[in-house]
Write a protein that binds this ligand. Sequence first.
Ligand code: A2P
Length: 275
Amino acid sequence: MEYAKLNTGAEMPILGFGVYGIEDTSVILSAFDAGYRSLDTASGYFNEDVVGRAVRESGLKREDVFVTTKLTTGAMRENRVQAEFEQSLSKLGMDYVDMYIIHWPVKEKYVEAWLELEKIYKSGRAKAVGLSNFQDYHITEIKKVWSVVPAINQIELHPFLTQKPLLELCKAEGIVPEAWSPLGGGGSAADIKDNLLTHPTLAEIGKKYSKSTAQVILRWNIDLGIITIPKSTNPERIKANINIFDFSLTPDEIAQIDALNKNLRTGPNPDNFSF
Ligand code: A2P
């Protein structure tokens, strides 16, 4: 495993396991077996209880697992940030999380919510706090009031959506970027994922290292200092996705992958989502 250094001083595994839609501890236990030690859940995934159970069933020490969860848009709209955080801890069966983040920047609400997350951080019940799906102007707004700099910004990022200007801003502020849907996502975006995972540029680079296109993409994240959280329910792919710590890409290969950008989103646009 490699680690990203957060502005709190803590180290976060640079590869984590996304658990969106996972309702069964066995999938999470196979991720632990494969060597993952960071789990990315959310109140809105309705599986924090499963995550908590899996951590306990694994026999791993709590401090050896990095747990991220997220604040829902609903709780932000209804000014229930503290109550929802308490509910997350209770569902997880934990007395702290390693990372608590705002899932989506609800207009008129995200600045206030950030100040609530700062309180949670200062109470010690979240070892770090951060953002998700924040654009540059959202970050500029919270910067006017923050006394804690967000540790991460988790954004949709893959070779068809390289997010270069936002990465630059995050870097300048000391915010570590994190990629969701690094493999182009699933579900309704299946065609994008298929085009990505069969892309000849990625296949050619993979051939050189005897790695799959998915492994090349995940290594590209890491070589750019981006935390990445691929999701899989398949034990073989779970193992393959962590088997990326024995190679790294050249600057030219990184540039070739960067050049695949099409500003193509598989998920909602943070400028105009409506949930
Ligand atoms: P599966 O669960 O059947 O492995 P993302 O993390 O970008 O949201 O992508 C998740 C999707 O990508 C899931 O549909 C997952 O399906 C699939 N996936 C995960 N790892 C791989 C891989 N190594 N190769 C191909 N598809 C993968």
